[in-house]
Write a protein that binds this ligand. Structure first.
Ligand SMILES: [Ca+2]
Ligand SMILES: [Ca+2]
Length: 77
C-alpha cells in the first residue's frame, strides 16, 4: 500500500460539508453510515476514543489550532 493511502473502512473522513448526507454533529463513514461527531472535527466520537486517542468533545484536543480531523488527514499526532 502506498504511504498515506486511505484505508478502506476507515472512519476518517475528509471534511466535505456539501456532500455529507448526515445531520449536524454526525460524520459519514465510507460505507454510508452516519456516526456521532459531537465536536464536529470530522472524526466520529467512537473513533476518537478507540483509534485516535483524541477527545471526542474537543475539536482540537491538543490546542495547536488544527482540528483533530484535519490533523489525522495531515498525518499529525
Ligand atoms: Ca469528533
Ligand atoms: Ca490539534
Amino acid at each position: 500500500m502506498l504511504a498515506g493511502a486511505l484505508v478502506v473502512g476507515s472512519p476518517v473522513v475528509v471534511a466535505a460539508e456539501s456532500s455529507s448526507s448526515c445531520h449536524a454533529h454526525k460524520v459519514a463513514t465510507g460505507d454510508g453510515r452516519c456516526l456521532p461527531d459531537h465536536d464536529r472535527d470530522g472524526l466520529a466520537d467512537q473513533a476518537e476514543r478507540k483509534s485516535h486517542g483524541t477527545d471526542p468533545k474537543r475539536a482540537d484536543t491538543d490546542s495547536d489550532g488544527i482540528e483533530d480531523g484535519l490533523e489525522k488527514v495531515l498525518g499529525g499526532p
